[in-house]
Ligand binder design. Structure first.
Ligand SMILES: [Zn+2]
Ligand SMILES: [Zn+2]
Length: 347
């Protein structure tokens, strides 16, 4: 098969022929019909992820057709149209037994712990636990965007954030996760304040349902501006970017007993980030993390996508072939686009 391979971190990847993957006895091989390019792929290529072993094939947001199944797989057969969360759970550890597959103790991640989906085929572990059947109406390109950014935003807003109609929701950072969060919160009946430093990102946020857009470069204190716009603070606020500044602004922009959800990955050299805990105590704030979404929790989200209430397809702004991936991957470092790029490995 053809795949995007890199031998060294940060060195231009190349498209070449490699051996087709074989399914594990509990796994499947999926023919990749569409796969999303995400900033996490760029982080992996830069060497920021300790799970990656070289040489490596990136790619973790995907949709396709089951090609081969392992002997112990009971729920899937060749020809099934599927997608998968980027966190593949083991199905048997205590967290999985409690239904919390998104924090599985023995998780695998295609494109990180093993070769991913910037290839014509990808192997996925524990298929009976992790695969999600795609409704017939859903295109592969749309489905590919669900696995990482959209499902992550859905869990952050709906499941961890417990959004309710009529609430004020602030979304700090309007990249892929942030724009998805804006759309999901607005569709839930919340009044959304979108915050970013890019006019283009804010313009998209408005089309995705933000009631108010705040350019963080235009105000001296982002949190104070959010409190003004929301009549005393947001009920729910997300840091969808992941920086000390957006994390603090999100917490400080909450009203009493508000909920902060940290969904943007925080890269700091020592793994810690300052959080305004004095405010968390005084106002009885809830501070929550959100990490992907378990396969068994996809159905309500898929139903909203199928019925057209949620439109992840609007996030897809370009489609490329494998040949264009090495340069597109490199460009993620300097110019992460406002929309999502989908790769079609067979085009
Ligand atoms: Zn991703
Ligand atoms: Zn597990």
């Amino acid at each position: 098969m053809r795949a995007v391979v890199f031998e060294r971190y940060g060195e231009t990847a190349e498209v070449r022929e490699v051996a087709d993957p074989e399914p594990a006895e509990h796994g499947v091989v999926v023919r990749v019909e569409a796969t999303g390019l995400c900033r996490s792929d760029w982080h992996g290529w830069q060497g920021h992820d300790p799970d990656i072993a070289l040489p490596h094939v990136p790619g973790h947001e995907l949709a396709g057709v089951v090609e081969a199944v392992g002997d112990r797989v009971t729920g899937w057969r060749p020809g099934d149209r599927v997608t998968v969360p980027f966190i593949c759970a083991c199905g048997t550890c205590p967290s999985c037994a409690a239904g919390d597959h998104q924090v599985c103790e023995r998780q695998t991640q295609p494109g990180f712990t093993h070769w991913g989906s910037f290839a014509q085929y990808v192997a996925l572990d524990h298929a009976d636990v992790n695969l999600v059947a795609l409704p017939g109406e859903l295109s592969f390109a749309t489905a590919a965007s669900l696995g990482c950014r959209f499902a992550t935003a859905y869990r952050a807003v709906v499941q961890q954030g417990r959004v309710a109609a009529g609430e004020s929701v602030a979304v700090h950072g309007c990249g892929g996760v942030g724009l998805s969060a804006v759309m999901i919160a607005a569709a839930s009946g919340a009044r959304v304040v979108a915050v970013d430093v890019s006019a283009r990102a804010l313009e998209l946020a408005r089309t995705f349902g933000a009631a108010q857009c705040l350019d963080a470069t235009s105000v001296p204190d982002t949190a104070a501006a959010v409190r003004d716009l929301t009549g005393g603070g947001a009920h729910l606020s997300l840091d969808a970017l992941g920086s000390p500044g957006t994390c603090a602004a999100s917490v400080n922009g909450l009203r009493r007993r508000g909920r902060h959800v940290q969904v943007g990955l925080l890269a700091s050299p020592d793994g810690t980030t300052p959080v305004p805990m004095a405010r968390a105590i005084a106002l009885e704030l809830e501070l929550l993390g959100s990490h992907g979404m378990a396969a068994h929790r996809y159905p309500p989200m898929l139903e909203l996508v199928r019925s057209g209430v949620l439109r992840p397809d609007l996030l897809v702004t370009s489609t490329i072939g494998l040949q264009e991936v090495p340069s597109a991957l490199a460009a993620m470092g300097t110019a992460p686009g406002a929309g999502a790029t989908v790769i079609e490995p067979w085009s």
